[in-house]
Ligand binder design. Sequence first.
Ligand SMILES: *Cc1c(COP(=O)(O)O)cnc(C)c1O
Length: 833
Amino acid sequence: MDVVDPVKYDHTIEELREREYPMLQGTTYLDHAGTTLYAKSTIERFSADMVSNLYGNPHSASTPSQLTARRVEDVRLRLLRLFNADPGKFDMVFVANATAGIKLVMDAFRDQEEGFWYGYHRDSHTSLIGVRESAKQHRCFTSDIEVEQWMNESGSQTPLPSLFAYPAQSNMNGRRLPLDWPRRIRLTKESAVYTLLDAAALVSTSPLNLGDPEFAPDFTVLSLYKVFGFPDLGALIIRKDSSCLFDKRRYFGGGTVEMVVCLKEQWHAKKTDTLHECLEDGTLPIHSIMALDTAMSVHRDLFGSLGRISKHTAFLAADLYKSLSSLQHGNGVGVCHIYKDPTSFYGDSRTQGPIIAFNIRNHLGGWVSNAEVEKLAAVKNFQLRTGGLCNPGGVAYSLGLAPWEMRENFSAGQRCGNDNDIIRSKPTGMIRVSLGPMSTLKDVSSFVEFVREFFVQNPPLMDVPPVPPPHAEPPTLSHLHVESLSIYPIKSCAAWSVPPGKAWEVRREGLAWDREWCLVHQGTGAALSQKRYPKMALIQPSIDLDEGLLRIRLTGSLQRGIQIHEIAVPLSADPRMFSEKAMYKDLTAKVCGDSIHAKTYGSSEISTFFTQALGVACHLARFPAVGNGTSSTTSSRRFKGYLQKFQKAGGMRIPGAFPDTRTLALTNWVSKPILLSNESPILTISRSSLNRLNELIKIEGGKAAQAEVFRANIVIAENLDCPPGAERPYAEDDWRYIQIGQQFFEMLGPCRRCQMVCVDQHTAERDQEPFVTLSKTRRFDGRVYFGEHTCHLPMDEASSPFAQNPTISVGDPVRPFRDDEAEEDLCLQSLVS
Ligand SMILES: *Cc1c(COP(=O)(O)O)cnc(C)c1O
């Protein structure tokens, strides 16, 4: 019976599906890892059973109660037999679901006086990971190799009672983990470490053999609805040799005690007959247990054995894997990026279950949003799962997300199941398709067709205008380049230079991590600035992406009389860091007259550090992410008041300030506005202009200005091979756009200056220059200007990696476009539209 032609067997399932799974008509169900489906016969037979028999509560003594009790024990035995578990060696406890089984084991460990050690594998389901919160010590094993190494060390490394847990199959990508670990752990650790096998995903499409108690895990949990589709029930199988662990269980409930005294004295006598009697608190889900009996019969009648289901689904999964992995765009770029473990193979049911986790790439290699895939799938009636898949370790590992990135994504509003699922050009979740007993080759081919129809670009779409070129060539004939990139992580504090060669992310709201933090006055809640507190220039922040930290160091005179010179805070906006105190909660920090909500850090060490450094009572605060889980997009993740101001400022010109030649030729663009604020996403200055300014200052015997005083983010300089005298100071006054490397920027207008430019950024001392000379040479209508407000022009969002992860670097060539040139440039015209 087991040797059947897989294609013939598929036909059999196809026929059976007509009869038994009417709910599958017109839909392609690919979420068996969520739950498989129940057969029509199960429901019919179950309801016939219910209406023809009288079942009582098994805790009563009546005949109907005895009927119930008897049937429950029969089903218990039957289920044990399904896994070849000898009832003399194993007991089974009915629970609500696999998670409840895990918690029952966790409770027993928590009730050990000395606490417990907990180890778990990276591929664990969320429900296994949560156990760590009750453990005194815990360890996440990030690979099989780590588990192997640990298993090879003899004895337990801790005197605490210990539990090691892992999934028999990853619910993320279906990888099947070795089943011999419990035996090996028992041997090398001399029974000092208990094992918990999460078989919830495995047994839905595979047999599990507990025939040898020496091999078996101490505890095995399963979700029965994942095997049979119905009823909603779970089971915990316990090796009787390990049952002493439950002796210290403190809780009792109805059903698990013989006698309870609770008035004058307080004692109780627990049931001791069988383990399941001691653990099944309250009334059992008796009707579900009886439905299970029916479901098992129907399942056997329809599919024979779990072994057959395993063969069938392995056959389908191999086909699906082969088809999805061979899909290509017209230009040869692969469509599906599949998260398969190198040690597992589709078609080999020992190492791989019938689940495929993947993401889709467009023809440029950029990621397609899973929200988009999910929406199309819903429209076309494909049932699948996207997102974090309840497997945080496996997903983070496969997607290469560092913990701080996950926290940062979380703070940026990313949640399980919402739309902004590509952050920093990485997907934050996956698509999962999973097969079950009643899946067929037709399901597989329909899904492959669906992906082909909607996501394969063949040939690459030509109705998308070829410009802006997704792979915009960096300008070649340019005589300009990026001399330096600076960011100011804490507003008004020192600059941090982006290391040469490091590709730095640009966002609509500025360079990544620029002015993400600020210091706010403890009394007024206003943001501090160098104008009033020049010493802020000596607070030196730096960004450590490897460690996920913002480091803050005190320099120069600030170090005097202070013991701690450096602190660090996580780059991620970990909500626990922020003050809950009503006084500062959602406090409105005034930044340049605008109300911006900043969240203050709750730690008194952090506040003390800055307060002592500056001599003014202040807190560190952070600009929060917008959206909080709603539909915030990558490009406008953060609220910074100036974004709004730009819109308002459009077309705001100061008459006569600059020669107005450009409006003549331009009808389709707003004229270059002059911003009245001193905040913008990016500030660009020119080295030649600065040189010119400093020459003039020196002629008057003044002190030359450093580039940092202008708080520039981008310093653009003429190339070194530029002939002497060919420098063009203030050429930027006429620039409308610039291209830096592969990215385009719009010049928003000149930056108005105040006396803040006079604070020496190395000593925090005030001078009169460069403001005096600027006032003499760069004043228009009573206002003084230096540098250009700039903002990034995002390309078509979901196209190429350049668009999804726009970056620029020190040394990048720069090509300016003046208004008259820009107009002719097709490329830019489509950018602005
Ligand atoms: C589904 C699943 C769980 C959780 O099962 P519940 O029945 O929801 O408690 C745990 N682990 C794995 C591997 C699963 O697939």
